[in-house]
Structures are given as structure tokens and as C-alpha cells.
Design a protein around this ligand. Sequence first.
Ligand code: C2E
Ligand code: CA
Ligand code: CA
Ligand code: CA
Length: 287
Amino acid sequence: AKSAGGNRFELADPEADARAITRHGLTTALPTALERGEFFIEYQPLVHLGDGSVRGAEALVRWLHPQHGVLGPDRFIPLAEHTGLIVPLGRWVLEQSVRQAREWRELHGGADAMGPLRINVNLSPCQLTHPGLVQDTVDILERTGVEPDALCLEVTESALIGADDDLLKPLRRLAEMGVDIALDDFGTGYSNLANLRRLPVSILKLDRSFTQSMQQFPADPVDLKIVEGIVSLAHSLDLTVTVEGVETGAQAEQLRILGCDTAQGWYYARPGPPERLHELALVDATG
Ligand code: C2E
Ligand code: CA
Ligand code: CA
Ligand code: CA
């Protein structure tokens, strides 16, 4: 056998090389992936913590790469942001998702007392600064006949930290139209809680790290206090609180007791094809 240290300096970092090659390959393939129809969307239900009903879904994009198989957004969204493809890709995700929301509504006959299923779509910071955002959204809603009320755009807390008025203006316009704006991954940034009043948001999505700390029993008392504080502040500002990454019934129960409104996570369903959401919502509506 070779001595362990023998090749150490020649084989710089084979894993980093492999990552760089894949990254390079993905960057080359990315611009045409949209034209070739290689992206698809999975939907993960948003569940009301009080009664367990399905109220909507978050759209999560995936890339079916001809060689690498299904790639998650963490693999290609940063590249899409870097290359600028995120703008047309984001527009495509928005249009597909809103169309899907209309289809669900038609399937449910719209007679459902909970109102139409809502659709949540992630917005990259690059889309926020793109001048076409408001008009593209208006066009998509008009083309599909979906009310702005049924749409929620998710923006990460970090994208809005220190945001000036220019950045907030398009979000304000959308919020005035009735589109909900959610602050995603909330609690991970260092935003001033008082600052929330300045932002045109109506939903806080509590980061998964809080949900994870509800896993142990009893949960970390400091985390419990933090979540309790965030929820009461959010409610006093008329914001809805959604929790992500709920994987167990115990977490769901703890978060419900803490006053969170809506939940999302593997405990309810993994992200899946649109038919799956329709089935879940239907089972729900008929008991
Ligand atoms: P996110 O917006 O925070 O989305 C939630 C992520 O948590 C998703 O990962 C989802 O699959 C995952 N998740 C859901 N439930 C659970 C759970 O119970 N446990 C655990 N461990 N994870 C759970 P995904 O689909 O890989 O997406 C990752 C991120 O990619 C998203 O994070 C979002 O920031 C971004 N992303 C996804 N789709 C889009 C898109 O269309 N546009 C943009 N700009 N970003 C997107
Ligand atoms: Ca999100
Ligand atoms: Ca609204
Ligand atoms: Ca999130």
C-alpha cells in the first residue's frame, strides 16, 4: 500500500475540482435549460395549525438535468442569479405556479369555505431590483384571472435588511394590489424587529432553526421565549406567522401552542407534484 501522505500535495483537493467541474458544466447548461423545458415545480402544502386544513402551497423549483438527474434549487439558483437567468426563470416559476393555483381552484369548484388555495412563490433579490417585477406580476395575474389575494411572494429577511425605499417600492405596489409579501427565513438575519413596521409584509416565515429546537422535549426555554416573543409581536402588527420545517407532530403541537398560524414541513407532506396537493386539499375539504 502507498503511504498515506505520499500524494497529498499532488492531489490538491479532488472534491473541490469535481465541484468546480460540475459547477462549470451547470453554468454552461443553465441558459438553455429553460428553453429545453428542464425545470419543473414541486408544491408543498401550507397547513393551518388550528384545524389542520390545507390552505395553499409553496412552489419549489427543480431542474431535471439530462446527466445529473434532479437538482435542487440550492445547486442552481445561485448560478441563475449570477448569470441573470433568474429573471426569466423566476417569471416562469411565477406564471406556472399561478396557473396551477387557478387549476386547483377550478377543481375545488371555488365553493370551499376556506377560499381558494393560495400559492407562495419565492423571489430572488435579483428579481426585486428588476424593473419588470410589478408589471410581470400584474400581467400574469390578469392572463390567468387569479386574484392578487391568492398570491404570496416570499422574500428573505436578508434581502430586505437595510432595504431603501427604491427596493421597497415594488413590494409596496404589489402589497397595495392585495398580493401578500412574506418575510422568509425570519429570525436568521439581524433585522431590527421594530423595522418590521416599515416593510410591506403581512406574513413572517419563521426559520427552520426554530422548529428544529422544538424537537427536544422540553424545548430550549430560551428558544420558546424567542418564538413566543416573535409571535406576539407579529400578531400585534397584524402579521401571520408561518413555521417551516415541521417534521414531527410534537413540533407542530408546540408551535401551535406558541400561537403560530400556519405550518409547512415533512410531517404534513414533502414537496410533490401538483396532483398530490389537490388530493390532500380534497381529502381535507370532504373530511
Ligand atoms: P425555502 O424558501 O426556505 O424553502 C424551504 C425549503 O425547506 C425547501 O427546500 C423545502 O423542500 C425544505 N423543506 C420543507 N419541509 C422541510 C422539512 O420538514 N424538513 C427539512 N429539513 N426541509 C424541509 P428546497 O426545495 O431545496 O429549496 C431550497 C431553497 O431554494 C428555498 O428555501 C428557496 O430559498 C430556494 N428556492 C426554491 N424555489 C425557488 C424559486 O422558484 N425561486 C427562487 N428564487 N428560489 C427558490
Ligand atoms: Ca420560501
Ligand atoms: Ca392579501
Ligand atoms: Ca424559508
